[in-house]
Design a protein around this ligand. Structure first.
Ligand code: GLA
Length: 387
């Protein structure tokens, strides 16, 4: 296949990554988790090529390592009927590997990761993790809910990022294998105590990962609380679809169904304004490679050191819809993202600098990207932002 067009991708190369978020509760606003509220969110679903040879589906559980306090961390390997696998650990509910076929059926890992638990304990880049309670940034870690001002952990300059210092991504989750007729499935639950990282209310969050037999990895979130609070978790895998984690992602082709981004200041905090993407390097309404305009002279790109922005997705109405497609031509892999959320953070791996390694390689600048479906960053401080 030499030519690339959307029809070809959709119909001839059935390798997909789909990210879902779905079924968010609403009492006052949807990203406010209210007393006894429940939230059910699907965030990640991966569909890849089905191989012809059918294999048994299975979940294998192994001891992965021990935390400094002696608690055991387990790894779950989910293998579906097509032979694709995902490995998860119950520390941070982290995806440590995602092995899926290229167009020739060769199965390769498409996410960055470390070689041992210690790597994930030291990690400050959220490799593969569930982040939250609030994914993305909250200005100065401050918000007001029901007339009360809350102050969250400051961990990104003067701001709060991805739930704080430890958040969900440094927590040990309870994990159990669950039945899902769609494919092998593991549910992870974490009880975040009232006041953790400054957030009000006890929150019980369950994240269910299913590797469906038609090669979809589905991540469903469910949350419960006993006090009004915020909840906006997301998934933070670093993808490189090429099958080689040393190659740049700048030639991956991308579409994002969004007419605007949330404009940021130099702290990556939204100004509250939406910026029309027309005639800017942020216009991915048709396919462009990630690298094509990443070095353009645009203030927003300077602030982000590349792409590190929230796209205000079109057609937000609480229903799951496809919002992103990424295509890597050499491997033929396609990643699709579906979500019911209003926004998606597209981060082009700008902070990767060769200081992290794993899987036998060093992770260099822009050798992976993240797509994080979520509410707009700092929504609690912008009444005009949807939730
Ligand atoms: C998110 C943020 C980035 C960066 C990465 C982790 O995607 O938006 O600014 O913090 O996580 O390095």
């Amino acid at each position: 296949m030499s030519l690339y067009n959307k029809v070809l991708v959709l119909h001839c190369i059935p390798h997909y990554v789909i990210i879902f978020k779905e079924g968010v509760l609403s009492m006052k606003t949807r990203n406010y988790l209210n007393r006894c509220g429940r939230m059910s969110v699907i965030i990640l679903c991966v569909l890849f090529n089905q191989l012809n040879a059918k294999v048994e589906t299975m979940v294998e559980k192994n001891l992965y390592g021990k935390l400094p306090d002696g608690r055991e961390v387990y790894q779950f390997t989910l293998k579906n009927a097509s032979g694709a696998t995902v490995k998860l650990i119950n520390y941070g509910a982290i995806v440590t590997s995602l092995c899926v076929p290229n167009r020739n059926g060769v199965i390769e890992d498409v996410v960055l990761g470390y070689d041992s638990l210690q790597g994930y304990i030291n990690d400050q880049s959220y490799f593969g993790a569930i982040v939250g309670r609030y994914g993305n940034r909250i200005n100065k870690g401050t918000f007001v809910l029901d007339g009360k001002e809350y102050h969250l952990t400051i961990n990104d300059g003067e701001n709060h990022l991805h739930g704080g210092k430890f958040g969900f991504f440094k927590a040990l989750w309870d994990a159990k294998v669950v039945n899902d007729s769609a494919g092998p499935s593991v549910a992870m639950t974490y009880v975040s105590p009232d006041g953790e990282e400054g957030y009000p209310g006890n929150v019980t969050i369950t994240v269910t990962y299913t590797l469906t037999n038609d090669n979809a990895l589905k991540i469903v979130y469910e949350g419960k609380t006993d006090k009004p609070t915020l909840l906006n978790p997301t998934h933070h895998s670093y993808f490189n679809l090429s099958g080689s984690l040393t190659t740049s992602i700048l030639d991956h082709k991308l579409t994002i169904d969004a007419d605007s981004i949330t404009e940021i200041d130099n702290r990556l905090i939204p100004t509250g304004r939406l910026l029309d993407v027309t005639n800017t390097p942020f216009d991915f309404r048709t396919f462009h490679t990630i690298g094509e305009r990443i070095n353009d002279n645009h203030l927003q790109l300077q602030y982000g050191k590349g792409y590190d922005h929230n796209w205000a997705l079109n057609s937000f109405n609480g229903k799951v819809r496809k919002v992103v497609e990424v295509y890597e031509e050499k491997s033929g892999r396609v990643l699709e993202v579906l979500t019911d959320q209003p926004g998606i953070q597209f981060y082009s791996g700008n902070f990767l600098d060769g200081s992290q390694k794993g899987k036998g390689v060093v992770y260099q600048h822009r050798t992976a990207f993240c797509l994080e479906p979520q509410c707009f960053p700092d929504s609690p401080n912008h009444p005009n932002f949807p939730s």
